[in-house]
Design a binder for this molecule. Structure first.
Ligand code: ATP
Ligand code: ZN
Ligand code: MG
Length: 485
């Protein structure tokens, strides 16, 4: 490990006469690094070589002392500039290929990384950019090792085999009957029969799981601010899956006149003219419902007697710019979820998790009568980041999956229909959510209504007569489709 920093401090004038005194002053400072310095014109150049504390930290400490020293001698100190910074660190694994990082040039020699940064302003040193660059180098090398690997998946529980009523693809069948219609990329319109089935799923989730466990409903905006997603990590993790939202630059008709005129003449959107009238996005459409819930609780101290805090949202759909693998209503760009969020002590969350599993089990066994299973999963990147340990009994994610008969092979054709996660103090910390005494953890569970619907229809068919009586209590007949001539 080596940190070799050359920086310069701008002074209000040449101060060569202070050389000896400065030498004494600096010698008295306890600096555990090699320090060389010289005056050059109205600048003080410093070179700091350290193999322990990072040189930029020393630079800022010394800079602070120097402003006191020069202040006494009526010399102004006007900022510190990074001239050149060479960092050598050893990382755990040898990189598999070159990487690039903004602001720095990176060279590898085996497990040694050489990072070179030149000509940066004071902000660069103060705002911890250097540490983040080092972290990013490590992260990118780690990422090379999990590229293409599957997430960790371990079966916890599996229901008995159930004989499916049919083996058709419900999305195709619904499309054939006109119940669902694709409107734009991965976004469906649900006509009354399809809407009724989805609402029945919602009602089941709410009446059989959510309300009995004491969750309370909230309503949230559909837009999520970048600040919120920076805290949750979504903006860096899912940058390419977010639907970004632009505000107009102005709502004045004159500003939009040209755009509207062009539209009236061409009957199509003049994209360049539109872009001129839009602001750069500062938010996106809801990706998952929990970030806004955490954001609403940011900085709050929750009364001990209100723990665990149990909330749920069904107000906003989630939008994701999905890549391939889109199929019917199973993987879509806009889907409807209920998301529940729980915040409490570790013990309380463990208890909630058990209760949730019981209730979900009740729904899948006794109401939807599904062939389903549960698995403990950890996305590979999280295993790497050490956020979740496989052995960890409480933290982590459980996926609930249902068999899709129309796809055939029972050994592999299962669809994730929902999950339960406990994320430890990741979000309570990020949003500074506290209680009076207890250490708070949190977690969430996302119930994908499209997924419940597909699983049910794929196994139970589309004829209400053949549906399980327990489900028919929620929906026994379907509203008619309008007759289109
Ligand atoms: P996947 O690995 O399938 O992309 P995910 O890990 O992105 O799923 P989560 O963010 O954990 O999914 O969301 C939880 C639930 O949201 C899923 O169990 C599923 O019910 C639903 N869901 C997620 N993405 C979609 C989608 N594109 N279409 C429909 N439902 C979805
Ligand atoms: Zn969530
Ligand atoms: Mg996904």
């Amino acid at each position: 490990m080596k940190f070799d920093l050359t920086c310069s401090i701008a002074l209000s004038r040449e101060a060569d006469e202070l050389k000896e005194e400065l030498d004494k002053f600096l010698n008295k400072l306890e600096i555990d690094a090699e320090l060389k310095w010289e005056f050059r014109g109205d600048k003080l150049l410093m070179r700091i070589i350290s193999d322990k504390r990072r040189s930029h930290e020393w630079a800022l400490r010394i800079y602070k002392q120097l402003s006191i020293f020069f202040g006494k001698h009526k010399v102004g100190v006007r900022g510190i500039h990074l001239d050149e910074y060479e960092i050598e660190i050893e990382i755990e694994k040898e990189p598999l290929k070159e990487i690039s990082i903004p602001f720095a040039s990176i060279k590898f020699e085996g497990k040694i990384v050489k990072i070179r940064i030149v000509d940066k302003e004071e902000e660069f040193l103060r705002e911890n950019y250097v540490d983040r660059i080092i972290r990013l180098v490590k992260e990118k090398v780690e990422a090379q090792y999990y590229e293409g690997k599957k997430e960790y998946w371990q079966l916890i529980w599996q229901s008995e085999e159930k004989k499916p009523v049919w083996n058709k693809d419900p999305s195709e069948e619904m499309q054939r009957r006109g119940w669902i219609k694709l409107l734009g990329k991965g976004k469906w319109f649900y006509f009354p029969p399809a809407a009724a089935i989805m609402r029945a799923m919602e009602e089941i989730a709410i009446k059989e799981v959510i309300l009995p466990l004491g969750f309370k409903e909230i309503i949230q905006p559909m837009h999520v601010a970048f600040d919120t997603w920076i805290k949750t990590g979504h903006l860096e993790g899912m940058a390419g899956e977010i639907y970004y939202v632009c505000e107009p630059k102005s709502r004045e008709a004159e500003e939009w006149e040209k755009f509207v005129d062009l539209l009236k003449i061409k009957r199509s959107v003049e994209e360049e003219e539109l872009m001129k009238n839009l602001k750069v996005p500062k938010a996106g459409v809801c990706y998952a419902q929990c970030p806004n819930i955490y954001s609403a609780l940011a900085g709050k101290t929750i009364a001990e007697e209100d723990l665990p805090l149990l909330l749920f949202d069904r107000s906003t759909p989630s939008d994701r710019y999905e890549a391939g693998g889109k199929h019917g209503i199973e993987r879509v760009d806009e889907f409807h979820r209920i998301e529940i969020v729980y915040i409490g002590t570790k013990e309380q969350l463990l208890d909630i998790k058990e209760k949730l599993i019981d209730k979900y089990k009740h729904v899948f066994d006794n109401i939807l009568d599904l062939e389903w299973r549960m698995a403990k999963v950890t996305p590979f990147y999280l295993q790497q980041a050490g956020l979740f340990e496989e052995e960890d009994e409480i933290k982590g994610t459980i996926d609930f999956e249902a068999y899709l008969p129309y796809k055939g092979d029972r050994s592999k054709e299962w669809l994730e229909i929902q999950n339960i996660s406990i994320v430890g103090d990741k979000y309570t910390k990020a949003f500074n959510i506290k209680s009076q005494h207890s250490q708070l953890w949190s977690g969430c569970s996302g119930i994908g209504l499209e997924r419940w619907m597909v699983a049910f229809l794929a196994q139970k068919g589309m004829k209400p007569e053949k549906w399980p009586p327990s489900f028919k209590k929620y929906l026994s007949t379907l509203p008619d489709m309008p007759t289109f001539l």
